[in-house]
Design a protein around this ligand. Structure first.
Ligand code: PGA
Length: 255
């Protein structure tokens, strides 16, 4: 479990130039400087990873994907070992936008192990596409977690982070982020599933993030009452005006 709140910025395939990327890194570092209770991770595209020189313990570098092998003839792929050697510490695995391009739960399970073998901390994304009254999404989440974590040994459970991202709440207006109360209910269910797989002790110290249309206005409530240890933030993590406000508001929530 993280002792601090954890805010992870997922830049996706943005921005388009190195100058803009430099400006976002500078903004993030400045904003993270005076935080007391919050750890910040930024996950730029691979091309900009070298810009995130980690020079204090408040900001860390991550990436948005890795391959499931350490090296070899895999044109266009990037291994977890390469990311580690560039100073990366975290990796987002199984984001719904990658799953939409064909990534399966089985591949996610392999990538988690490959990342751990290289010393990276996996941020494993799960989340249902839709919800209906019959509650089928609960079974969907259970299956997703069971398969994604099927190769993970219990002793390594504390090294992973789960990011709960309901697909229908991603990239929407900020008013469409899931309400803190609903997040709490789902997080409790996720912990129940983790309890069934890894036992009570692991489940109780699980590190769980929420992602999906988080902004500086809804972040505090989600941290306060959503039962999560942090946030996975897309668009707002690139906003030089409002990302600092988001970090300050999260940091104000006692641990
Ligand atoms: P969003 O993206 O905050 O822009 O909705 C979140 C994510 O996809 O990780």
């Amino acid at each position: 479990m993280n002792k601090k709140h954890l805010v992870v910025g997922n830049w996706k395939m943005n921005p388009t130039s190195i100058e803009e990327a430099r400006a976002v890194v500078a903004m993030s570092k400045k904003a993270a400087k005076n935080l007391k209770r919050t750890e910040v991770v930024i996950c730029p595209p691979f091309a900009f990873l070298h810009l995130v020189k980690v020079d204090n313990k408040k900001i860390f570098a991550g990436v948005q994907n890795v391959f499931n092998q350490p090296a070899g003839s895999f044109t266009g792929e990037i291994s977890p070992q390469m990311v580690r050697s560039l100073g990366g510490k975290y990796v987002i695995i199984g984001h719904s936008e990658r799953r939409a391009m064909g990534e399966t739960d089985e591949l996610v399970s392999q990538k988690i192990i490959a990342a751990l073998n290289a010393g990276l901390r996996p941020i494993v994304c799960i989340g249902e596409k839709t919800r209906n009254q019959s509650g089928e999404y609960l079974q969907f989440l259970r299956n997703q977690l069971s398969i994604c974590l099927s190769l993970l040994k219990k002793k390594h459970f504390s090294e992973i982070i789960i990011a709960y991202e309901p697909v229908f709440a991603i990239g929407k207006s900020f008013a469409e982020a899931m309400q803190a109360r609903e997040i709490l209910e789902t997080v409790l269910y996720i912990k129940k599933v983790l309890n069934d797989i890894f036992g009570k002790e692991s489940a109780s110290c699980a590190c769980i993030l929420y992602g999906g249309s988080v902004n500086w206005e809804n972040a505090k409530a989600i941290i306060e009452t959503g039962g999560v240890n942090g946030l996975l933030v897309g668009r707002e993590s690139l906003n030089v005006e409002t990302f600092p406000k988001l970090l300050t508001s999260v940091d104000a929530v006692s641990l």
